[in-house]
Ligand binder design. Structure first.
Ligand code: FPP
Length: 233
């Protein structure tokens, strides 16, 4: 196993997106309530995001809350939104120091106003930076495509692939080279449907709160063992 302090990716791997699954099972296995799993999950999110930038990635995206997650118990929803709010308070300055652009992808209009204000403040303060941290909140891949189409129509622009890509929540962000999903399920669950056309998919049984930097290196090495043909030979 490579040394995680010196490990680097090359120009073939610019963006990794994560489906952070398994927080609930992690908590249940320890006799805890589900929100405790999310509290552990946010620590892992913070570490993995930093590790990705240390490894030299340009962009990382994390699926934190889908448009379908509103069906969960109110206490669990409150915990996830509260964790995001605390993360913004705690880590906003360090993202700026690391020259990372922060962006929420998803329908921000559906979020609490004070959380939305915090998000938009950090988005504005960090928008000049080249590295990107996307957090998907109130996000649905199908909703995103509909949103982009409506945006183009309202702006009187032609609907073509280039314009549509730029009208998505991810705007000009490079598309994910790899999507990693933890906790054993093997599906995309409405995540980055447009942007994942040529993403390599990596599934691991490790639950998100147990996901280590070594697990990340295993996934990256697996990515490098694949041949991306983009429909060619
Ligand atoms: C899936 O696990 C996880 C989520 C729906 C929420 C992910 C949220 C976090 C990691 C914490 C908040 C992060 C930020 C950035 C604010 P699950 O609950 O579906 O787990 P299960 O499949 O084991 O039930």
């Amino acid at each position: 196993m490579e040394n995680k302090n010196t490990f680097k990716v090359d120009e073939n791997l610019k963006h990794i997106a994560f489906i952070m699954d398994g927080n609930g099972r992690w908590a249940k296995a320890r006799g805890m309530e589900r929100p405790e799993g999310h509290k552990e999950g946010v620590k892992v999110f913070e570490r993995v995001a930093n590790t990705c930038f240390d490894f030299g990635l340009e962009a990382v995206t994390f699926y934190a809350f889908s448009t379908e997650n509103w069906k969960r118990p109110p206490a669990e929803i409150k915990t996830i939104m509260g964790l995001l709010s605390m993360y913004l308070d705690k880590c906003g300055d360090s993202l700026i120091k690391r020259e990372v652009r922060f962006r929420v992808i998803g329908d921000k209009a559906g979020l609490d106003k004070s959380l939305r204000n915090k998000i938009e403040k950090l988005e504005n303060e960090s928008k000049q930076f080249g590295k990107t941290l996307n957090v998907a909140i109130n996000y649905g891949g199908r909703d995103e495509i509909v949103y982009a189409c409506k945006k183009l129509v309202n702006e009187g622009k032609e609907i073509n692939k280039e314009n549509l890509s730029l009208a998505l929540y991810t705007e000009d962000c490079v598309e994910p080279d790899m999507i990693i999903r933890t906790a054993g399920e093997r599906r995309l669950s409405n995540f980055l449907l447009w942007q994942s056309s040529y993403s390599e998919l990596y599934f691991t049984d490790v639950l998100w709160p147990d996901f280590t930097d070594e697990d990340l290196i295993l996934a990256i090495n697996d990515f490098y063992s694949r041949r991306r043909r983009y429909g060619g030979l």
